[in-house]
Design a protein around this ligand. Sequence first.
Ligand SMILES: Nc1ncnc2c1ncn2[C@@H]1O[C@H](COP(=O)(O)OP(=O)(O)OP(=O)(O)O)[C@@H](O)[C@H]1O
Ligand SMILES: [Mg+2]
Length: 392
Amino acid sequence: MIRFEHVTKRYADGTTAVDDLSFEVAEGELITLVGPSGCGKTTTMKMVNRLIEPTDGRILLDGEDVADADPVELRRRIGYVIQQVGLFPHKTVLDNTATVPHLLGRPRKAARARAAELLDLVGLDPAVYGDRYPDQLSGGQRQRVGVARALAADPPVLLMDEPFGAVDPVVREHLQNEFLRLQSTLHKTVLFVTHDIEEAVRLGDRIAVYGSGRIEQLDTPATVLGAPATPYTAEFVGADRGLKRLAVTPVEAADLDEPPVVRLDDPAARAADALSADGAPWAVVLDADGAPYGWVAADALAAPEGPAAGRSATVRDLARPMAASVPLGTPLRQALSTLLQHDAGWLAVLDGDRYRGVLTPARLHGALRRATTADATDLPRAEVALDTVPGT
Ligand SMILES: Nc1ncnc2c1ncn2[C@@H]1O[C@H](COP(=O)(O)OP(=O)(O)OP(=O)(O)O)[C@@H](O)[C@H]1O
Ligand SMILES: [Mg+2]
């Protein structure tokens, strides 16, 4: 959808802001550009909508060289969100949002109706906020208006330059989540600049890690964190990259343990025999519908004590309720947090209502390793021309 071919930007004073950059953003893909201040992120972005012209190379949008496009027409196809939102201070929130549709020739009333829809979409009730002026909003609310306005012409492409950079971490996380939700229905092609690796990891389908004017690595968050391509990338993503990786790796069926399973109404003696045949210290207990109930220890089954003592004991008498469960697809970080929170040695993993298996700390570790190797061998979703990466 957006293709950079050997793009270089040299400023008049000799600064090379972007150096022979080649990569492609697939349709509907969100790539985060992350890197330290001055490494060329904003320059990269502004060359797409021709706020800056490259010195060398070309940028194709949907196969068309942007240099051949009329800049005004080009910018209609490209929404642009920046940190200092740049709202008109003397216009209401609704009018700010309606400006673009109106400019595009929609009658004023229709433009305002569309603007109200967009405000709703970004979580601002138009009845409450529509008539306010920008200085009557919080920083986070202003950023939302910025996003609504960028979406107003329904552009297929969005350029976002640190759009959530100016708000505090809590609001930022909220805006990120809202944006992810929005993106999951809108499927825009997005270049998103940030210098926050956490934000890059949370939002990006892929992350481009910038060194000075160059991309050091372009890959999925799991691979960038799990297998940094260069020492620079390793340092940039941080010594705690293993922890960060937990957030981007989901629990999959192949990660699970399958301890023996017994039913609530099984006689204890029969269940005990099944476990000892297996040599298993405990079993998962399912109810009659196959939903997980809890667990039972082999010892307890073999020698029922207390009120359960006696020949007629069933698993129900000896089972303990399950501490916790998570659905398949849960990020490992959340699974680990659930494990710790319940002080549990394992979690039941569900597929809908159905029990699928058990996640243990050892299995969690295995899942992390699986994620890295799988991503390293699976080719990334989009075709990448990475001739700017050292060693390729
Ligand atoms: N008009 C200009 N003339 C000369 N040098 C410039 C100009 N604009 C930007 N630069 C330089 O180009 C380099 C890249 O700038 P750019 O704005 O792309 O960085 P950035 O990665 O967006 O940084 P930040 O995270 O601070 O926003 C910097 O060294 C900057 O000083
Ligand atoms: Mg910048």
